[in-house]
Design a protein around this ligand. Structure first.
Ligand code: NAI
Ligand code: MG
Length: 365
């Protein structure tokens, strides 16, 4: 039977960008014989509106069974005053937590046509193609004890950076696997100079490295890593780091390449019975209420997220390359949604027109 894909468009521009992904998926079915069993369901505010929860148990069960989940975005001002447990973001967090998606892949890739868009000089970013692997389910965002406590005559805010060996090991392993599929070069970032968790992190990464003798491994303190990412990002290929450093470093790397409308992500967990990893793919951007419903959203981040699904869930690297090349061509031809406009002389295309252009480029591929 065909691999299954659960689509959760969500809120705001989520459904708008996902509509373009649906057309791309159909194209791969019709033209490349790559068929998926696609089902669509609700998440976030849309799910709350329908049944009073940001993610129903039925949808959660479907996500657990799907070969991959593709999510648009959640949230919006309409839901700002909801109780914390009902907020749209909780739907997303529940998916990540119950699927145990511990490895977050954030590529920072610079399309040549957009190199002028970077906040850095063009030659520093032209041709950039790196991937940050961020541990997503542990570390200081989750460690206990945490809280704000009384201490003497003042309060103290406490968080705990905590990593078990097995948590480090599985994140490291996923980064090494990725390095093997790419250029066999991995840099691990922590602060082993001042943090116990960093010492353990480095030790475990070195141990896992013995299973991947072909991968060239290096270590870097995360603060230096931040500096190097901005100074000379092309020295890296895959970077692996913990939850906190990964949050910051991946946002930093993201801005090397320009617009939020261009950035995909993957969150992977342990292999399922069929050997595929538990997986959810989503653009980095949110629901963009300021442009929702106006046909202005850039669908590329979401389309690139589907390309990641082709590559990491369905072993279709060549088809993922085809899709990315089509996007590259469209950008080289000067097709731009509003978020990609540097000067006022160019008229932006709509979300659908961007989808049309990518489909036309696929037809020519
Ligand atoms: P946002 O990413 O939605 O928007 C930030 C800015 O970037 C806006 O000006 C928006 O118009 C623009 N932008 C974002 N994606 C774009 C695209 N594809 N094409 C063109 N322009 C794009 O972040 P913001 O405004 O902080 O949050 C809005 C809502 O989204 C909030 O409710 C927030 O909680 C939620 N959110 C959800 C996320 C998710 O579902 N993973 C992630 C981040 C925020
Ligand atoms: Mg962040």
């Amino acid at each position: 039977s065909n691999p299954s894909l659960l689509i959760l468009p969500g809120d705001g521009i989520g459904p708008e960008v996902m509509a373009e992904v649906r057309r791309i998926i159909d194209w791969f079915g019709a033209k490349r014989g790559l068929e998926f069993d696609v089902s669509e369901d609700l998440v976030g505010g849309a799910a709350y509106d329908a049944h009073g929860k940001p993610l129903s148990d039925e949808t959660m069960a479907k996500a657990q069974e799907a070969d991959a989940v593709l999510l648009g975005a959640v949230g919006g001002p309409k839901y700002d005053d909801l109780d914390f447990s009902l907020k749209p973001e909780r739907g997303l967090l529940r998916l990540r937590k119950e699927m145990d998606l511990y490895s977050n892949l954030r590529p920072a890739q610079c399309f040549d046509a957009l190199a002028d868009f970077s906040s850095l000089k063009k030659d520093i970013v032209a041709g950039l193609d790196i991937m940050i692997v961020r541990e997503l389910t542990s570390g200081v965002y989750f460690g206990e004890p945490r809280g704000i406590f009384e201490e003497g005559n003042e309060r103290v805010g406490i968080n705990t950076q905590r990593y078990t060996e097995s948590e480090i090991e599985r994140a490291a392993r996923s980064a090494f696997e990725l390095a093997m599929r790419r250029n066999k070069k991995l840099c691990s970032m922590e602060k082993a100079n001042v943090m116990e968790s960093g010492i353990l992190w480095r030790e475990v990464v070195n141990r896992v490295a013995q299973d991947y003798p072909e991968v060239e491994l290096s270590h870097m303190y995360a603060d230096n890593g931040a500096m190097q990412l901005v100074r000379a990002p092309k020295q890296f290929d895959v970077i692996v780091t913990d939850n906190l450093f990964g949050d910051i470093l991946s946002d930093c790397a993201a801005m090397l390449t320009g617009s939020l409308g261009m950035l995909p992500s993957a969150s992977l967990g342990s292999p399922m019975a069929n050997g595929r990893p538990k997986a959810m793919y989503e653009p980095v951007h949110g629901s963009a209420p300021d442009i929702a419903g106006q046909g202005k959203a850039n669908p590329i981040a979401c389309i690139l997220s589907f390309a990641m699904a082709l590559r990491y869930s369905f072993d279709q690297g060549a088809e993922a390359d085809r899709l990315e090349a089509a996007i590259e061509k469209v950008l080289a031809d000067g097709v731009r949604t509003g978020d990609l406009l540097a000067d006022e002389g160019v008229t932006p295309v709509s979300t659908t027109e961007m989808g049309d252009a990518i489909l036309a480029a696929l037809d020519d591929s």
